[in-house]
Design a protein around this ligand. Structure first.
Ligand code: BYC
Length: 348
């Protein structure tokens, strides 16, 4: 039980408190609040779903908005590093796949903005947070995609890490977020596979292509491990997120699952993961891996990674350049509504 709302001092019964000090209206409000909290706790304890119209504690709502905001913005900013390669894809097939993938990410951002709307935070508010630099998005999108192999590695490793993190979110306690994640995960799975398949084609190519793949893996590996967030001991939001059933698996456990799943895939590709400490630990039944550079991670999260400024500037420009589309859509909606009300007056 996580109830914080009703605190009766020792030696007092709730009814004595009501009779002497608390005005009637506020006592009944307090009772209703207590019952709502109990209902919320019972749903969480039973591993059920909280829906938009259900009562929820403010802190639960705030945590969800924080996480969904971070997630939605990651999808939107995540379109940029790969979008840069659409005009340079090496074949029509690769171009079609990449266009579809980038469009999917735009769609994921929109489902997630809609999920946040059900919590009372509008898309405009979310976008204002992103464009002003206040809202976070994943650290991973602040690194450059230097070659075509980077596009494959982003699919294989970045989307691979994203799926690992997002599959448990399909069981998140907040209904709209959990349901959005089911479709997102299906699409992410295609993203991961297309990346792996693109790399498989490259490693069967020339020596220069193989080297390009290895170079991209070297540059992205550690950044992908950091994507799962700080170690559990330094993760301020984990404990509460897990108690509320928003987060199901801890940052470190997901990171470990990702390492264990990726090592055999790297062997199929014939690439080396750039970590001399990476080895199977029989006793743990997992791979050990080396230390992540958390200073570099936090510098990037706090706005000082190699591409933070460029990503934000590109996003703000895209938003501003799209103003005419929003204006046109609004003008059309107003025209339609004026026409409909004129028609209904005629009919009456
Ligand atoms: N980058 O207490 P913690 C994708 C922040 S993939 C930036 O552990 P929490 C995609 C964290 O927000 C990526 N910031 O937090 C893939 C918190 O700061 P605030 C998106 C990070 O929430 C391919 C602070 O560090 N996926 O979309 O319990 C193509 C302390 O962390 C990062 C999601 O967002 C990071 N890597 O756990 C296109 C999935 N890691 O908010 C797109 C949903 C941590 O207190 N999100 N921080 O100011 C989650 O599952 C969780 O929010 C996290 C963090 C695991 C990321």
């Amino acid at each position: 039980m996580y109830t914080q709302s009703f605190n009766v001092p020792d030696g007092h019964s709730a009814s004595a408190e009501t009779a002497t000090t608390v005005p009637l209206a506020s006592a009944s409000q307090q009772l209703a609040l207590e019952q709502a909290q109990l209902r919320f706790d019972a749903v969480i304890d039973a591993d059920g779903k909280i829906e938009p119209k259900d009562w929820m504690p403010q802190a639960y709502r705030k945590t969800l908005v924080r996480q969904i905001s971070q997630h939605a913005h990651s999808e939107i900013v995540g379109m940029l590093p790969e979008g840069n390669w659409i005009s340079r894809a090496p074949s029509l097939k690769r171009k079609a796949i990449l266009v579809a993938k980038v469009q999917d990410e735009g769609g994921h951002g929109l489902y997630l903005y809609s999920a946040a709307e059900t919590l009372g935070t509008s898309r405009d508010q979310m976008l204002e947070g992103l464009h002003s630099g206040r809202a976070k998005y994943s650290s991973i999108f602040n690194y450059p995609t230097l070659t075509w192999a980077d596009v494959g590695v982003v699919g294989w490793l970045v989307d691979g890490a994203a799926i690992m993190n997002q599959i448990p979110l399909c069981r998140c306690s907040y209904g709209p977020y959990a349901r959005a994640m089911i479709r997102v995960c299906k699409e992410e799975s295609f993203h991961q596979r297309q990346g792996f398949e693109a790399l498989l084609a490259m490693v069967q190519g020339t020596q220069a292509q193989k080297e390009m793949v290895q170079d991209a893996v070297n540059r992205w590996w550690w950044k992908c491990l950091a994507m799962f967030g700080p170690p559990d001991g330094d993760s301020p939001n984990s404990a509460q997120g897990m108690r509320w059933g928003i987060k199901r698996i801890s940052n470190d456990d997901l990171r470990q699952k990702f390492v264990d799943a990726t090592v055999p895939q790297a062997a199929v590709l014939g690439v080396t993961l750039p970590d001399p400490a990476l080895q199977w630990n029989e006793a743990r039944g997992h791979h050990d891996y080396g230390a992540i550079d958390w200073d570099e991670f936090w510098a990037t999260v706090n706005g000082n990674g190699p591409c933070n400024k460029e990503r934000l500037a590109t996003r703000v420009k895209a938003h501003n350049d799209g103003q005419w589309v929003r204006d046109a859509a609004l003008a059309y909606a107003e025209k339609q509504s004026a026409r409909n009300s004129a028609m209904s007056k005629v009919a009456a």
